[in-house]
Design a protein around this ligand. Structure first.
Ligand SMILES: Cc1cc2nc3c(=O)[nH]c(=O)nc-3n(C[C@H](O)[C@H](O)[C@H](O)COP(=O)(O)OP(=O)(O)OC[C@H]3O[C@@H](n4cnc5c(N)ncnc54)[C@H](O)[C@@H]3O)c2cc1C
Ligand code: FES
Length: 279
């Protein structure tokens, strides 16, 4: 990436395409330039602007862990022009990537604590990055629990990793689908994420909760966490406001005086409570 023009992207080759769910794909991307690969570094929670030449840019988190070097991954749902163009691309083709941008989940501060991850639908990608980062530093943390829900069994993403996490003895995975979204052989829970969370009676003692999901899930999950005694400073989430530049220049992502692209996208619930309600 050119150092004198912040809008010049890295060139990244699509190494692998994984179909995660209907309309949802994961790309594994590698730098076309060896020196770019060597100097690139990022933290869990950061995002980038992914471009299809001639079509435009889309904002996605980096879904792979910073502990896994030599590649980055993104997972996206076909939503509009750029994501549809991305969905038509195949392994071997080259896309642009600007980043990493934004702040990070403070894993160092969480050392010695229990981690409770709560994710819904396509919002697992930003969480997957920090989950793998935490699992790769497993001795830093006490209990690790993941609650992940989707509308239907088909809509669950990273199914092979859910299988892997489900078999691990050093963490607990709870999966759920909305009522009616189950299949005959579904072995997980049936119910909305906030309801299942309530049934789990999570302990707030020495625990950080990380919540990523659609706004409606987040809206009903925060009160459950508060009911179980979680302090708003111990609840983290990541915002997905529309962005353009990604670097604090265009004003597209502002909420009050906060630039989600620069001051976020990771915020505590305490920070969100001080923002105007439009976030
Ligand atoms: C920090 C951050 C991380 C993100 N991470 C991911 C990710 O990992 N995977 C993923 O699939 N998506 C992610 N998103 C959302 C993603 O950027 C948009 O859905 C995407 O830009 C749509 O791409 P498009 O250009 O094809 O659609 P467009 O043509 O731009 O829009 C298609 C439709 O989606 C709506 N839309 C576009 N962007 C947003 C948005 N940010 N919020 C609400 N509605 C929007 C438009 O209004 C329109 O209705 C993230 C967004 C942010 C800001
Ligand atoms: S996206 Fe341009 S200022 Fe945040």
């Amino acid at each position: 990436m050119s150092l004198d023009n912040i809008y010049n992207p890295y060139l990244m080759r699509i190494e692998k395409v994984t179909e995660e769910a209907p309309g949802v794909k994961t790309f594994r991307l590698d730098f076309t330039d060896d020196s770019d690969r060597e100097r690139f570094a990022f933290g869990a929670g950061q995002f980038g602007e992914y471009s299809v030449f001639g079509e435009g840019e889309s904002t996605f988190c980096i879904a792979s862990s910073p502990t896994r070097k030599d590649y980055i991954e993104c997972t996206f749902r076909e939503a509009g022009r750029v994501t549809s163009a991305l969905a038509r691309m195949e392994a071997g083709e080259v896309i642009g990537f600007r980043g990493p941008y934004g702040n990070i989940f403070p894993l160092e501060e969480w050392k010695g604590k229990n981690l409770l991850f709560i994710a819904g639908g396509i919002a697992l990608p930003p969480m997957r990055c920090v989950i793998w980062n935490a699992l790769d530093m497993r001795d830093w943390f006490k209990d690790i629990t993941i609650l992940y829900g989707a509308r239907t069994v088909d809509d669950l993403v990273y199914k092979h990793e859910l299988d892997e996490w489900g078999k691990r003895t050093d963490m607990k995975l709870v999966t759920t689908v909305d009522p009616g979204g189950e299949t005959a052989d579904w072995k997980g829970k049936i119910g909305f994420v906030p309801t299942v969370l309530e049934q789990m009676s999570p302990t707030s003692s020495n625990t950080v909760a990380i919540v990523c999901g659609p706004p409606v899930m987040i809206k009903f999950t925060f009160p459950v966490l508060e009911k179980f005694g979680f302090d708003s400073e111990m609840i983290y989430t990541t915002l997905e406001n529309r962005m353009k530049c990604g670097v604090g220049k265009c004003g597209r992502c502002n909420v009050g005086s906060v630039y989600v692209c620069k001051d976020g996208p990771v915020f505590t619930y305490r920070q969100l409570q001080s923002l105007p309600p439009e976030y």
